[in-house]
Design a protein around this ligand. Structure first.
Ligand code: GTP
Ligand code: ZN
Length: 198
């Protein structure tokens, strides 16, 4: 199982995937053989494979690859991690930010691994709630910290470009384990991610 993201340009896609996109383009009433659309089935199949590469990656393995023994036991927060995912109902993007915190319990994790696992879970067909919980459970089960917290704020294209067509609504989901189940710890985290330091 690879820990590295695909190089989008070198992704290989099956003839079947290309054929499916070609039929879809024809179904829309377009001429799939015209110049501008000739390579589109391949491009679209590559793009979709890139956007769903998370199925081929193991987030726990990534976390385990950079865990270090350390006595620091205060909150570690990585906030404003941009994320792009696909809603599983319409296969349209939802995008926004994740804010993640944990309190170490003898081990810290390489900071870059936190955004990496966000990407791995985001690059699947998702709902925001499950994405939130998968990130939470992965950190909790692998790092075994004293606590972990995840907040995701996202806009859903399926609610913007179509459907209810609401351009400004933002959906917030959150999950808390261990120490973050205590109201004062949770509040400290929420205060720190909202930039209110006083
Ligand atoms: N809970 C949740 N719902 C989502 C997410 N992404 C999309 N949805 C919703 O999934 C629902 C699917 O509902 P359906 O009634 O089957 O689909 P639809 O007819 O296309 O619904 P509309 O979007 O209301 O037009 C919609 O209400 C979407 O807004 C998500 O991440 N979490
Ligand atoms: Zn949707």
């Amino acid at each position: 199982m690879s820990n590295r993201p695909f190089e989008e340009y070198n992704i290989k896609v099956s003839d079947n995937a290309k054929e499916q996109y070609k039929s879809l383009i024809s179904e829309l009433g377009e001429d799939s053989s015209r110049e501008g659309l000739k390579k589109t089935p391949e491009r679209a199949a590559k793009a979709m494979q890139f956007l769903t590469q998370g199925y081929k990656q193991d987030p726990a393995e990534i976390l385990k690859s950079a865990m270090f023994e350390e006595s620091y036991d205060e909150m570690v927060i990585v906030k404003d991690i941009e994320l792009y995912s696909l809603c599983e109902h319409h296969i349209l993007p939802f995008f926004g930010k994740a804010h993640i915190a944990y309190i170490p319990n003898g081990h810290i994790v390489g900071l870059s691994k936190i955004p990496r696992i966000v990407d791995i879970f985001a690059r699947r067909l998702q709902v925001q709630e499950r994405l939130t919980e998968q990130i939470l459970d992965c950190i909790n089960d692998t790092l075994r910290p004293q606590g972990v917290a995840v907040v995701i704020e996202a806009s859903h294209m399926c609610m913007m470009m179509r459907g209810v067509q609401k351009q400004n609504s933002v959906t917030t989901t959150s999950g808390f384990r261990g120490q973050f189940e205590k109201i004062e710890t949770r509040n400290e985290f929420l205060k720190l991610i909202s930039n209110k330091f006083s």
